[in-house]
Write a protein that binds this ligand. Sequence first.
Ligand SMILES: [Zn+2]
Length: 297
Amino acid sequence: MPLFGAHMSISGGYNKAVEAAAVIGFDCVQLFSKNSNQWKAKPITDEEAEKFQFSLRTNKIIRPLIHDSYLINLASPKDELYQKSIAAFVEEMVRAEKLGVSHLVMHPGSYTESSESEGIQKASRAFDEIFQKYNDLIQTAENRKSVMILLETTAGQGTNLGSKFEHLRDIIAGCQKPERFGVCVDTCHIFAAGYPLIEKEDYEQTMQKFEDVIGLKHLVAFHLNDSIKGLGSRVDRHAHIGCGALGLEPFRHIVNDKRFQETPMYLETPKGATMIDDKEIDWDLANLNMLKNLQDL
Ligand SMILES: [Zn+2]
């Protein structure tokens, strides 16, 4: 069975995200390590990190995943933003390491007034600098795993990189340490970017494309979101599972795909509650139940 989770709020503490995931019945959780719309954040204390780890253990939540700040743009041609983004991403890695989280997911960035190929090169160079700075900061113990970076597929809004599997392949291949990367596939994003998923044949072809370009062994997480907009719209708007342009079929293919039976899948669908049979049901729970119902017994 795949591992299901969702992005959860850290308001009140990192442990709150874990507890909220456990209440719904998730296996895993995604969270920010700081306010995602601010550059600065207070350092994480030992106590916060211990509380977080304790809540993972006691609630049996595995595969925590940190999502980076939306401000970071490692493909920016503007030097000030580029340097600030590099420093902020090093900080994201340090915070993930402090919390004991082994995976950090990020959007590869926007090339704005430069070009696709320049943006890709910038991102690769940024990661080389980031790993250097991170290694200088963290005296990684021999047996401690360093944080793995998951590049996320994007819808390709504006000049966002990541709407083609080739973008991610080239960013990773251009780095000195390609082994430190994996990929997170967002169902809403790849569909909006133009990869069909609904018909079984189309789904298989899209996965084959991923296999050919990046390799499915590098697909280490999913973001499961339906899409408000259609195939190739390049608009990033998430919808509840089965309530958007994707419908239920793509999710049926994914949750039953033998290749992904141990892959964590995180919902990033809107929060709140809905009425089902006169009962108020949390949307995360409704979406989780929907995914479970799609699984072949
Ligand atoms: Zn996502």
